[in-house]
Design a protein around this ligand. Sequence first.
Ligand SMILES: Cc1cc2nc3c(=O)[nH]c(=O)nc-3n(C[C@H](O)[C@H](O)[C@H](O)COP(=O)(O)O)c2cc1C
Length: 206
Amino acid sequence: MKKRNSIGAKIASVLAACVMLAGCAGKPKRVDPKGEENLQNQTNVLVVYFSWSGNLQKMAHWISEETGGDILRVTTKEEYPENYDDTVNRAKEEVNNGIRPELNIDLTQEQLDKYDVIYFGFPVWWYDLPMPMWTFLESYDFSGKTVIPFFSHEGSSDGAGSLPTITRLIPNATVRTEDALSIRGKKVKNSEDETKEWVRKVSAES
Ligand SMILES: Cc1cc2nc3c(=O)[nH]c(=O)nc-3n(C[C@H](O)[C@H](O)[C@H](O)COP(=O)(O)O)c2cc1C
């Protein structure tokens, strides 16, 4: 997929992807929007994720199983709509206006400081990180931590603007963009082995 040329081209091609999605497989459905926070602190690994239709939730759980890492789902005070089109429109409004949605998580900086390695999962939204993940990265100090991105998409297989955004927002962390895991949305359900294999590879290199 072409990288961004202009905002117009960008929006047109995402809309084409969304129309394609709707035509091929029916519109994605929201999974239960409730948060998830299991911070036992018995490990130096944290798996943080954002997910609307459940793909990142699956990937995050496989990564947590493989690493033994704690897990945190990033959710927002104002839930995203159940309806797909309404969610696409809200996300567009947020990205166009640089809105940082307020988060519904309890994580403190002190808790975060117990982790050295953070697996950071998100769907590509409007060719970038979903805005709640901007809020998340801007809310904490990630100095000295290693951040390993994993994401899902429906065409933006290189993550489009998302990986540069992470690096820009947390310049004091080591962000392993070269090692990021990218899986197409509709393939996620059959990707447990691929995901766990990726974890073994990246954790061996840590
Ligand atoms: C609001 C919204 C915007 C999206 N924008 C893009 C995009 O720019 N590029 C892309 O490849 N996929 C895009 N997608 C598709 C998602 O990245 C993909 O379906 C992903 O697997 C969803 O993960 P989830 O099930 O964890 O929410 C978008 C989906 C939504 C809901």
